[in-house]
Design a protein around this ligand. Structure first.
Ligand SMILES: [Zn+2]
Length: 65
């Protein structure tokens, strides 16, 4: 799992959140700032698909943080 940088706005703790079965994004637990969304494209997502989407969201967050 990718190490998440602290929130760029408040330096709070960031964590990965799943909005539903398809979309995940990194969100700040303090100010609720959200990173770019990543998604799995299939309803039959495997653990590998989930891991890929989480990594995508984490990398996108880290680029902005
Ligand atoms: Zn924050």
């Amino acid at each position: 799992m990718t190490e998440l940088k602290p929130c760029p706005f408040c330096a709070g703790l960031a964590s990965i959140e799943w909005a539903n079965d398809y979309d995940c994004q990194v969100q700040c637990t303090e100010c609720m700032a959200q990173g770019p969304r990543a998604c799995v494209e299939t309803p039959e997502a495997t653990d590998k698909d989930v891991a890929r989407a989480e990594k995508e969201a984490e990398d996108a967050w880290n680029e902005r943080a």
